[in-house]
Design a protein around this ligand. Structure first.
Ligand code: NAD
Length: 519
């Protein structure tokens, strides 16, 4: 990786990256803006999983900065709520324009810091643009209902008001898109967003914050986007406990999400949870195997197996096992592993050495139970964090198969019938994404019925990952129950108020109650 590439990206986004031993431009590049100037101890180290090298450090938010940020957010929320929703949408439209103009550079930065393929990184920025476009339209459709009152000369209706300050905590694997799902919808709803990104991807969040801030300054808009960079958990805990944050939207692992939910519940705040997954694809006896193979390979290898919607299990009917297994093993052998910025690469690095260790430990656990590793499974001896994606012939009831290992391991599980496959698919604590490959109408209908998939996302002849923003995104059980992005997900970012207006001159009571107040 050329230093000039990193330097160029830092300059383009005005990133405050401090590189040791470098004096001059890069050593002090960037302005600190909404992220406070930090003491050396309050810094976050930035790495690239492409070659494992340390890129430099960025200033972290200090506790004093945090307090100032929250005060600014509350003040901005009062002003922003006064702005008509369609005008709030206009701000998001301008941010989408800025994203369009910076799509390639932002994608380069995502590939550099997160390690996902450049094509996927572009897709991630495109997803931000798509949700922004959606939000612009939604800004004119924050509809409340009008009901017929049971009382004469009364009007009964519901309306939606902003919540105020929304805390958005995001995971490393979608370093910018998940923020935008939340932030663009929350913003048109009249809220101010305080973003706590993963400390594994601070540069991506700083770059997005810079683009947003430019638009805010040009438009002289209130500071509706705030960033808190926390190297550990001190400030994120402060945010979760902070009553000023009416909603905490948390995206991350189930273990952490569970703690977040309990803390937010203890202060009776609102939590929106997008947690782990253990995606499964069922392949029945009538399935088009060509189609199924392509979907499984994309679902299992995309983002090196580090999507919440990654395909981790394939439940295949025994009559198709051998053919599917041969096709998958062949595809895996062709998949090129390497630099995610090379257009011929199909599998980039995992995020860090911890992810590599989890990969190795999961395979060791599966082997100890008697699993057969059909392909892959090695850690590649080269700079960066590269593993050979593995396919493992396994049993669904093994503990390791039930868990989410955030790495490219695909468990191939033979089943006897569609009914059994559905039962096994649902026998996991998670409930995010699922898919069935079939040519049979009755199988498809059963799968989508209440007796079918118990996941928030259930597809037919389509894989588990790569959702569009138009539908509501999220999952059940240990995935947390939240819904984000399209459809009516906007309601999570507003409070509902029921209003009754009596425009008559009497005071009839609901349910016909007579209450005679003495004259
Ligand atoms: P993670 O749980 O380690 O971290 C997520 C966020 O929580 C980060 O910002 C992190 O800094 C913060 N955090 C860490 N410890 C914390 C604590 N004790 N208290 C409060 N916050 C804390 O997850 P990750 O490794 O960044 O991401 C991978 C996980 O996220 C996977 O489980 C994946 O399935 C899930 N994920 C879910 C979705 C979804 O939409 N359902 C999307 C992306 C990722």
């Amino acid at each position: 990786m050329a230093d000039s590439d990193i330097e160029q990206l830092c300059r383009h986004f005005d990133l405050p990256l401090r590189v040791e031993g470098v004096t001059g431009a890069l050593a002090a590049t960037g302005t600190t803006g909404t992220v406070g100037i930090a003491a050396p101890a309050d810094e976050i180290e930035c790495f690239s999983p492409i070659d494992g090298r340390r890129l430099g450090r960025v200033p972290a938010t200090t506790p004093a900065d945090y307090e100032a940020t929250m005060r600014r957010a509350v003040e901005a929320a009062h002003r922003w709520a006064d702005v008509p929703a369609p005008r709030r949408g206009e701000l998001v439209r301008l941010i989408a324009e800025a994203l369009r103009q910076n799509l390639n550079q932002l994608a380069q930065l995502i590939a550099l810091e997160n390690g996902k393929l450049i094509g996927e990184a572009r897709g991630e920025v495109q997803e931000m643009i798509d949700i922004a476009d959606f939000a612009v339209g939604q800004a004119r459709m924050l509809y409340g209902r009008t009901m017929h009152s049971e009382r004469t000369q009364h009007r009964l209706y519901e309306q939606w008001h902003p919540l105020g300050v929304v805390g958005i905590i995001t995971a490393f694997n979608f370093p910018v898109a998940v923020w935008s799902w939340n932030a663009f919808i929350a913003t048109i709803c009249g809220n101010v967003c305080v973003w706590k990104p993963s400390p594994k991807t601070p540069l991506c969040s700083l770059a997005v914050q810079r683009l947003c801030r430019q638009v805010l300054e040009q438009q002289q808009a209130p500071a509706v986007f705030q960033l808190v960079l926390d190297p550990g958990t001190r400030l994120v805990r402060a945010l979760i406990e902070d009553r000023r944050a009416a909603l905490i939207s948390f995206t991350g692992s189930t273990a952490v999400g569970r703690q977040v939910a309990q803390t937010v519940a203890a202060r009776l705040g609102r939590a929106l949870l997008e947690l782990g997954g253990n995606g499964a694809i069922i392949v029945d006896d009538s399935a088009d195997l060509e189609l199924a193979t392509r979907a499984i390979v994309f679902g299992a290898l995309g983002t090196a197996g580090q999507r919440c919607t990654t395909t981790r299990r394939v439940l295949v009917t025994r009559s198709r096992l051998d053919e599917l297994r041969a096709r998958l093993v062949h595809a895996y052998r062709q998949a090129r592993i390497g630099d995610p910025r090379d257009p011929d690469t199909l599998v980039g690095p995992v995020i860090d050495q911890n992810a590599v260790r989890n990969f190795e430990q999961a395979l060791a656990a599966a082997r100890a139970l008697g699993a057969e590793v059909l392909v892959g499974g090695r850690v590649l001896p080269r700079p960066g964090h590269y593993v050979e994606p593995a396919i493992v012939l396994a049993r669904n009831d093994w503990d390791i198969v039930q868990r989410e290992t955030f790495a490219p391991i695909l468990y191939l599980i033979p089943v006897d019938s569609l009914e059994q496959a559905i039962e096994l698919q649902n026998q996991t604590p998670y409930g995010l994404s699922s898919g069935l490959f079939t040519r049979r109408l009755d199988a498809a209908e059963l799968y989508l019925s209440h007796r079918g998939s118990d996941c928030g996302i259930a597809n037919v002849n389509l894989g588990t990952s790569g959702a569009e923003i138009g539908g509501a995104f999220g999952g059940e059980k240990d995935t947390g129950g939240g819904r984000e992005a399209g459809s009516d997900a906007w309601k999570a970012y507003m409070r509902r108020q029921t209003n009754t207006i009596n425009w008559g001159s009497t005071l009839p009571l609901a349910q016909g109650i007579e209450f005679k107040v003495p004259p």
